[in-house]
Design a binder for this molecule. Structure first.
Ligand code: 13P
Ligand code: SF4
Length: 299
């Protein structure tokens, strides 16, 4: 009997497909992927792959971003109904209204947003380059969407005054000071590494702040053996796998259910039947590419 993993590998070769997976996906999905990483790394991979098909294991905005960067490739989402709750907090219509009422603002948009919203942005960023992008724009009136926490973090690091959209990631926003304090009480020697989607008062307790990939890098280069990790629990798998002998502690409530939706079975279904194809209009593809490409050019 041929296993699901073997069937996936066979189809991948036959169809010249590549599997990309975000750091928060299930361990069995990460094990099947050709590349696992943070949003910036995944965007870069999507922009340079020579595969004909990209199977994107993550939430829908990630598949859309891959399609924006590789419009001539087929992008398949194993779980097309897996959406990011934060991305839904800022729509294209809302941004069009904002621009009408506030001419002259430059809009920096976190990639955790729909293609329809990206179309209205001037430049995108991810959690790993938000500071660099904010520093690069040299503009007086800046609006940062949708994540108020990432925007506030980038503003505090750069000293640039930024107007913040009222969006947030419910998972990171849900991490509280008292949760962090009780983790610290249990693991007093642990270093605290936090994702910038956390609230400002939580970031104040962190020793270092960074994207999921930056957290992974820090876990390897820092000498400490114990870490409290303030981001989604899916990171635990790679952190433990790539750091034998080190220990990682998470707030247990930090679970993004939609990131857990892609499975080996849904990857197989997508590869076998071409389900979950990302389709974007020519207008969206053309206009949304601009802010994403600008980000990639700065990186
Ligand atoms: P990273 O870009 O740090 O991976 O975080 C993105 C994110 O929150 C995906 O949900
Ligand atoms: Fe969106 Fe938060 Fe889930 Fe990331 S963890 S996909 S930002 S809801």
């Amino acid at each position: 009997m041929v296993s699901v993993a073997e069937r996936i590998q066979r189809l991948k070769k036959e169809k010249n497909a590549v599997i990309l997976a975000h750091n928060y996906t299930l361990p069995e999905v990460q094990d099947l992927a050709d590349y696992v990483g943070d949003s910036l790394g995944l965007s870069m991979e999507a922009s340079k792959t020579d595969a004909d098909i990209i199977v994107f294991c993550g939430v829908s905005f990630m598949g859309e971003t891959a399609k924006i960067l590789s419009p001539n490739k087929t992008v398949l989402l194993p779980e097309p109904d897996a959406h990011c709750a934060m991305a839904a907090m800022c729509t294209g219509d809302q941004l069009r209204d904002f621009k009408e009422c506030n001419p002259g603002f430059l809009i920096i948009g976190y990639v955790n947003s729909s293609a329809e919203a990206k179309k209205e942005m001037d430049i995108c960023c991810t959690s790993s380059n938000a500071v660099k992008i904010v520093e690069s724009v040299k503009w007086n009136d800046i609006l940062f969407v949708p994540d108020k926490n990432l925007g506030a973090y980038a503003s505090s690091v750069t000293g640039v005054n930024i107007r913040l959209w009222d969006g947030f990631c419910p998972i990171h926003q849900g991490i509280t000071v008292s949760q962090v304090n009780s983790l610290k009480k249990k693991h007093p020697r642990a270093l605290i590494l936090a994702h910038p989607e956390c609230r400002a008062e939580v970031l104040e307790l962190a020793d270092h702040v960074g994207s999921t990939e930056a957290i992974l890098k820090m876990s390897k280069t820092l000498n400490e053996k114990e870490f409290i990790i303030l981001t989604e629990v899916g990171m635990k798998y790679r952190l433990e796998k790539e750091n034998p002998g080190k220990m990682f502690f998470f707030p247990e409530s930090a679970v993004c259910t939609t990131m857990k939706m892609p499975s080996p079975e849904s990857i197989l279904r997508a590869l076998e039947h071409g389900t979950g194809e990302v389709i974007l209009s020519r207008d969206i593809l053309e206009k949304a590419r601009n802010p994403v490409q600008k980000m990639i050019d700065i990186k």
